[in-house]
Structures are given as C-alpha cells and as structure tokens.
Design a protein. Structure first.
Length: 499
C-alpha cells in the first residue's frame, strides 16, 4: 500500500498543473483502495499487535482539490489505539522446603524398635591391629605371657549406640616380658664406684688372758682381757656392667682394714706393796712360768691384729620395677680372706723375791682363713629424680681353708743369777695345722646416691657383716679350733662414675 501511494504521488507530480479555472482530472485507471472492515467494538479481542487501523471511505484527491469527483465515500475515522492487555507475570508455585525425614539408626542385627540403652557396654576390641614391635626393654629370649585381647577404652556412641566388635589377630608373643616382671628404666652401660669404707670389728669373747694377784694373801687385783677395736678405714671398689635393662654384672672388692688391740697389766715386786702384804705378781693360765718358776713380777701383756679382704662377682636380674621401685635377685661367687696374729708375753723382774732372775716367755699364734663359696641375695632400690636409695641383703655358704700355728720358741727361761741353763720343766712348742671348715657370710648394706651430673654421683651408706666359722688367733692358746665369728660394721662415702 505504501508503494501504491508512492507511485500515485509521483504521477501527480509529473502531471502539468491546470491553468487557472481548470479542473484536474485523474486518470480513470486510478482506483480507490478496497473497503476496509469496520473497527471492532471496544472491549472485543484486539487486532493483531502492530496491525494498521482499517481506513474509512476513500475520498479522491481530485475531490479534495475541488475537481470532479471520481469516488466519494465517508471519510475514514481512525479508531483510538488500544494497547494490548498484558496479564501480570505469575511465577511457578514453589512449596516451602521440608527436610527429608531420617529414620533413627538401628545397629546391625537389631529389629527397628524403640532403643533402650544397655546397662553396660562391653569393651570393644581394637579398631586396628597393633603393629608388632620388639620392646627396647625386653630381655632377649625371654618367654612371654599368654596372648590376650588388646583392649580399647569403652566409648559409647552418644551414650546410646553400641559400636560393633571387630576381631583382630593375636598379639605378638614377644610384646611383653615374662610376668610379673615390669621393665626397669635403662641406665648407663658401665658404672665405677669408689668408696672409703670404715669398719669396726667386735672384740670377741676370749675370756681372761691373765691377772695380777696380791701374793699374801692370794687376792686378784686386775684382769687382762682383749680390748675393743677402733673403727679402721679401708676402701671399696665396684665395677658394674649393664647387659640390658634387666640384667647386670658387678665385681666388688673391699678391705685393707687393719685392726689392732693391745693391753698390759703390771706387777710390783716390792714387799711393801699394798701396805706390806707382799708383792703383786702377774700370772696367766697359758704360761709355763707359773708352774716351772714363779709368776711374773714385771708385766703381762698382749698384742692382737687382724685384717680383711673381700672380693665377689655377682649377677643381678631385675624382677619387678614399678612406681620408681625395683627389686632384683642376686647370684654370685664370693672370696673372703681373714688373717690374725696374736702374742702373749710375760716378763719377770729380777727384784721378784720369789724368783730373783730375769726371764720372759712369748706365745705366738696366727690364723689364716680363706673362704670360698656361692652367695644369693636381694636388692631393693627406690629412685627419685636425682636421688636413689639401694638396700642389699646377701648370704653366702662357704668352705673355709684354715691354717693355724702355735709357737713359744721365742722364750728365754734362763736364770740370771749366775747359774745359767734352761729351766727344768719348760716345754718348747712349735705346731701348725691346716684343715677345712664351713663358714658363712651375712652381708647387709644401705646406700644413698645423688647424681649431680649425667656421669658423676656422690654416695654414702652403711654396711654390716657377720662372718661365723672363723679361726681367731687368741682361741688357739688352749687348742686349735675354728668356731668363732666376727661382726663388722661402719659407714662409707665415695663417688660414682657412669658412662
């Protein structure tokens, strides 16, 4: 339609304009456009979107310009434009979100029902198999207790659910040492202890060695007995080798103590002694002079010495270690050497009215005890951060090789009044004997150790020894025997080196 209107306009412009008073006539070939339908009443369905409105009756342009009308019709009245009715947008209906219902958990093997918590939850087995390992404290070759189920702490699921049991393989048989052993803490491989050891020995019970008497009347004045021994210093060395956390070996030496004792009683040859009741003389049941000549108007005395050496080698095995306490057993071999010398001497003063000559008599006895045998014992130790206290008890049953001597040859019973010669009736004696006996050693000790560096410690303690079955020198005066004992006790102090 637009093209048609354009062509009409072009033809109109090409035509010559009429003169004044003339009428413009359109060619007959130009026809009016066809009649368009009337607009639909308001409210009916709208025409398609963007459709042009229907024109009214066509009025020829010639008629509009005053020329002869070729086509006449009513003028088209354009209908007012009505926008299409657009309904408001309504999105799809969305229901509010509801979480899916979850059924309560029911353990395997149980029918769905109201859950009632059990009164006690059995401890489940481990949720993983323990990795086999060798304990750093386990003694090589040690047997193990029967394998047991590895238990894990009971943890109920929210105190309501019971975890399933999972079977695991048996434990490694070398996981633990033999029951009831509990592993001891590891320590240094070597330890050297060096102590000063003071020991005091018992004096023994030997009876009276002699006495002084008032000759007229015969009355005892003073007795001669073996006196006490002071505390004598010695040394103690111990070298320990730790095989592992349970086993150790130790070598011990102590000794070098030298005990001595001496005593003397004196006579008085003066006739005025004790208000003129005669001389005071010294006598002894072990001297021959009392019988063959007379008691000593000079003196009667003794000297006594003894010494000790001890060596031992022991194996210790820790049996229990718990709460910083350890208990170990001891098995070992012990050597003890106990030597003694004794001398009893009497001297006569020529002023003796009963025997106006100079003479003396000496009796010398000696014993040598060599003890060899095995021993057993226990040790108890308590450890703190730096301080440790050790208690030991040992008992040894030993054989005693005893050598005893008796000699009075160092005696000169010669008259000094000019007659000369040996006294009639004097019996010179030189005897010895070696025999085998049975002895024992009971050894108790306590030691405190303070470690002030990783390698050095200070020590202090107390030791008590009782050794029965010995031959003591004073007991050989009457006859050979080896059924005496000695008691030794005293403190010690020293240093320990560890590496």
């Amino acid at each position: 339609m637009a093209r048609t209107a354009g062509l009409a306009c072009a033809a109109l412009l090409a035509m010559p304009l009429p003169a004044s008073g003339q009428t413009m006539v359109f060619p007959s070939a130009v026809q009016p456009p066809p009649q368009q339908p009337a607009p639909a009443p308001y409210g009916s369905s709208p025409a398609p979107y963007n459709s042009p409105p229907a024109p009214g009756p066509f009025v020829p342009l010639q008629a509009q310009l005053g020329g002869p009308a070729v086509y006449a019709g009513p003028a088209p009245a354009p209908a007012p434009y009505a926008a299409p009715s657009i309904a408001p947008y309504t999105g799809p209906s969305i229901a509010p979100y509801t979480a899916p219902s979850v059924a309560p958990y029911t353990a395997p093997g149980q029918a769905p029902a109201a859950y009632t918590p059990p009164t006690a939850y059995p401890a489940p087995t481990a949720y993983f198999a323990p990795k086999p390992f060798t304990s750093p404290y386990a003694k090589p070759g040690a047997s193990s207790p029967p394998a047991a189920v590895y238990q894990q702490a009971q943890t109920p699921f929210y105190q309501q659910l019971q975890a399933p049991s999972i079977a695991v393989p048996p434990e490694d048989p070398n996981l633990f040492p033999p029951s009831p052993t509990v592993l001891a803490p590891p320590g240094p491989t070597w330890t050297l202890d060096a102590d000063a050891l003071w020991l005091q020995r018992s004096s023994g019970n030997f009876g009276s060695l002699g006495e002084t008497i008032l000759y007229l009347p015969t009355t005892a004045v003073e007795q001669l007995n073996v006196g006490g021994f002071g505390m004598q210093p010695g040394m103690r060395l111990q070298l320990t080798y730790r095989v592992d956390s349970l086993e150790s070996w130790e070598g011990i030496y102590f000794g070098l103590q030298q005990w001595t004792s001496a005593g003397t009683i004196y006579g008085d040859p003066s006739l005025a002694a004790d208000y003129g009741n005669g001389p005071i003389l010294a006598t002894s049941p072990y001297m021959q002079s009392d019988i063959v000549i007379a008691p000593f108007a000079g003196s009667l005395g003794y000297t006594y010495s003894s010494s000790l050496n001890n060596a031992e080698i022991n194996q210790r095995v820790v049996q229990v270690a718990a709460n910083n306490w350890t208990v170990d057993t001891l098995l070992g071999f012990r050597f003890v050497e106990w030597n003694e010398r004794f001398q009893l001497s009497g001297v006569n003063n020529p002023a003796n009215p009963l025997a106006p000559v100079y003479y003396y008599e000496d009796i010398n006895t000696s014993t040598h005890n060599t003890l060899l045998g095995g021993q057993v014992g226990y040790g108890v130790r308590r450890n703190w951060e730096r301080l440790a206290v050790q208690f030991n008890a040992k008992a040894a049953l030993m054989g005693n090789i005893v050598h005893q001597t008796y000699n009075n040859l160092n005696s000169t019973l010669y008259l000094t009044n000019g007659f000369g010669g040996a006294v009639s009736g004097f019996q010179p004696v030189a005897a010895s004997r070696t025999t085998l006996g049975v002895a024992s050693v009971l050894d108790f000790s306590a030691m405190a150790t303070y470690q002030f560096t990783p390698h050095f410690s200070v020590r202090g303690g107390y030791q008590l020894l009782y050794i029965p079955g010995l031959a003591l020198a004073p007991s050989q005066l009457g006859a050979f025997n080896h059924n005496q004992g000695v008691l030794l006790q005293g403190p010690s102090a020293g240093l320990a080196v560890q590496w």
